[in-house]
Design a protein around this ligand. Structure first.
Ligand code: TSX
Ligand code: MN
Length: 665
């Protein structure tokens, strides 16, 4: 049968691996419909095998997409187009019938809690991008499981992509291949479609047929995909024909920054990503599925999908507990997840460093799985001192992106804290000879390692347990140079939910500001909410209504408080085990606490400081009336403005109660 007539569809693509007949019917239909639309030359159904992976890596090496790092075993370096280095919030949308299903309508200005696109605008944007977008390329079919295969807490997705980099990365970050299709059977799956948006041959770039001038203008304006939808320019005017713009690829990294769009359609269980190969935009199992889509599913199904690490901690008596922790960026979440405790006899083991799916079981235990299979971690700052377990993890089978390369085939980045052997030179992420005097970083600040979780020396024995691990404590945190004590414990579940909603952290401001500012990042989920944050808060509060729920204790930590000279008051890293010890004992009812207006803090001597040298405990734990008056006011303003009519009254009550307690200081 000629390929065009397969299944009666106008399918011109040739299946080069796997067979359509072996696919579950719904997967086959999903694939055929999109192959017809995107018109790839080839279709490759991924089996997930070692051989397949080896072939893809070799092929990418030949095409100059990857370089082998000869200093290590099966490690690779990808350098991206410098325009495609990070997630782009302004081009990430959730499509629902009603705007309010996606975001609360703010009192003033724009919502910072997500971006809505109407179904009509999405339809236009989709049709302007996908027809013919994979011409000359191979469409890979990636069956993947988020969570251990077969776990009742796991979910399956199928990603169609024209990027072999995505295939190799998804193989690390998820359980991928034929066993997933077998587990799927006729079950439900999330439909994921991804294209780099660069059909071949390259001279047929996407153009706007009206006039050259208009396109240029549009590109200069950098029109974001506004809350109101697509740019004014009717997307119907876009076509793939012609060859007005012949832009050579940068670093052999295909992407289409002008047309980048990452869309979530929760009602249809679909994720659609165009124009970017960068991990957060293209590895659709991670942020798109495991956080945005999953948080919506979790609300419907009565569980929690959270931006949290999971760790196991064992005391010298051999008793073990699991904790989950949410931190905004630049707080060292991966470092905590893989920490070596300084306290003698204590052990920390890693279940996951980024995402937790949690559900109360029939006994009322909050059971958590890590839906991922690898770590996609920020490289700069990772060193033998800050995270020895991560350094050991990435020695083999790892894909690095946008780090620098040493002339002996190793990796390099800011804060790697490794001396360079004499004569060894560095090539920066921009593929140029680099020296420290250049004034530019050698690695991109958002450069990454993508590495198998199984290689982590302290991976927890139960990290793939299908029933999940029992979470007894939840930690929120932030990078707060002033005002916020090292640790405090919430007064109740409701108060803990408020503490999550009130999370703030020091962040590098947008280019126009310069310097650091304290940003709101509720639950460390601000860019990842899959639905209205007000409804998300109500969902968290509703967990207390679960008939059998043994609610975990909720804590807030701040490793980053500074003294008047700007010095950190707390040594952090392995010494954070002292804070975890206090939490551990609080959960067991064995550690004493002092009630303050913001929550419980360790009572005199309850925090183990043995062998630490001088710590200014007074300053580390001081709670100033002046600071907290301002803090609660800022939080109230933010929540009233951003969550507005959708702010649950329980949270309003927590704000008032906190104000009251502070006023009585
Ligand atoms: O990851 C960090 N953690 C958590 C570790 C388990 N970092 C790095 C943050 C950047 C991602 C930290 N930085 C931590 C921390 O607890 N604390 C600090 C601040 C700090 C930095 C350097 C020192 C101390 C504190 N150095 C000395 O005291 C010598
Ligand atoms: Mn993350």
């Amino acid at each position: 049968m000629p390929p065009q007539l397969q299944n009666g569809l106008n399918l011109s693509a040739k299946v080069v691996q796997g067979s359509l007949d072996s696919l579950p019917q719904a997967v086959r239909e999903f694939l055929e419909n999109n192959a017809e639309l995107c018109q790839p030359d080839h279709i490759h159904i991924c089996d997930g095998s070692e051989e397949e992976n080896g072939r893809l890596l070799g092929q990418m090496e030949e095409e100059g997409i990857l370089r082998r790092l000869k200093k290590y075993d099966n490690c690779w370096l990808a350098l991206t187009d410098p325009r495609d280095v990070a997630r782009i919030e302004s081009k990430t949308v959730i499509v629902t019938q009603e705007q309010r299903d996606t975001v609360p309508i703010p009192k003033t200005g724009l919502s910072q809690l997500g971006r809505w696109m109407s179904e009509e605008d999405f339809e236009k944007a989709f049709n302007a991008r996908f027809p013919g977008c994979m011409k000359g390329r191979t469409m890979y079919v990636i069956p993947f499981s988020m969570g251990p295969l077969g776990s009742p807490l796991s979910k399956i997705g199928i990603e169609l992509t024209d990027s072999p980099y995505v295939v190799a990365s998804m193989r690390i970050m998820t359980r991928m291949g034929t066993p997933v299709l077998e587990a799927l059977g006729d079950g439900e799956f999330v439909k994921c479609l991804h294209s780099v948006g660069c059909p071949l041959p390259l001279e047929s770039k996407c153009i706007i047929s009206e006039s050259k001038v208009k396109i240029k203008k549009k590109a200069e304006q950098q029109t974001p995909v506004g809350a109101s939808g697509t740019p004014k320019q009717g997307p119907g005017a876009l076509t793939w024909e012609g060859s007005l713009f012949t832009e050579p690829l940068v670093n052999n990294w295909p992407c289409n920054p002008e047309l980048t769009l990452i869309a979530h359609l929760p009602d249809r269980r679909e994720i659609i990503s165009f124009g970017s190969g960068y991990g957060g935009n293209s590895l659709l199992g991670k942020k798109c599925f495991a956080l945005r889509m999953a948080s919506r599913l979790a609300k419907e199904e009565g569980w929690l999908a959270e931006h949290m690490l999971i760790l196991g901690i064992t005391n010298p008596e051999g008793e073990k507990k699991y904790l989950a922790a949410a931190f905004p960026s630049a707080c060292g979440k991966t470092n905590l997840a893989m920490m070596n405790p300084s306290l003698p006899g204590w052990k920390v083991e890693c279940v996951g460093d980024d995402i937790a799916w949690m559900k109360f079981d029939a006994q009322g235990h909050l059971r958590a799985i890590n839906p991922e299979n690898g770590f996609f971690g920020v490289a700069p700052g990772t060193s033998v001192k800050t995270n020895p377990n991560a350094i050991k993890t990435i020695q083999k089978n790892t894909i690095f992106t946008n780090v620098a390369e040493t002339s002996d085939g190793g990796v390099y980045w800011e804060g790697i804290d490794e001396p360079l052997a004499s004569g060894v030179t560095i090539t920066s992420w921009k593929n140029k000879e680099w020296s420290p005097e250049d004034g530019e970083p050698c690695a991109h600040p958002n450069s990454r390692f993508c590495t198998p979780a199984s290689q982590c020396p302290i991976i927890d024995a139960a990290w793939e347990s299908p029933e999940g691990v029992p979470i007894e404590g939840i930690i929120f945190g932030g990078r707060r140079p002033a005002g916020v004590p090292l640790v405090y414990e919430a007064l109740s579940w409701q108060h803990g939910v408020f503490v999550g909603a009130a999370m703030r952290s020091e962040a590098t401001a947008a280019a126009e500001h310069k310097g650091k500012i304290i940003m709101h990042d509720p639950f460390a989920m601000r860019p990842f909410f899959g639905y209205n944050f007000g409804k998300y808060l109500a969902h968290w509060l509703s967990m207390a209504q679960h008939p059998a729920a043994k609610l975990p204790k909720i804590f807030h930590v701040n490793w980053f408080r500074r003294d008047k000279e700007g010095k950190f008051l707390w040594p952090g890293f392995g010494e954070n085990s002292r804070v975890l010890e206090w939490m551990f004992n609080r959960i067991d009812g064995k550690a004493s606490a002092k009630l303050t207006p913001i929550g419980y803090i360790p009572k005199e001597d309850a925090l183990n400081l043995k062998g630490l040298g001088h710590i200014n405990v007074m300053e580390l734990f001081s709670i100033s009336k002046e600071f907290w008056e301002k803090e609660v006011e800022d939080i109230e303003k933010y929540l009233e403005d951003q969550v507005n009519a959708d702010l649950p009254c329980e949270i309003e009550r927590e704000i008032l109660a906190l104000k009251q307690r502070i006023s009585q200081m």
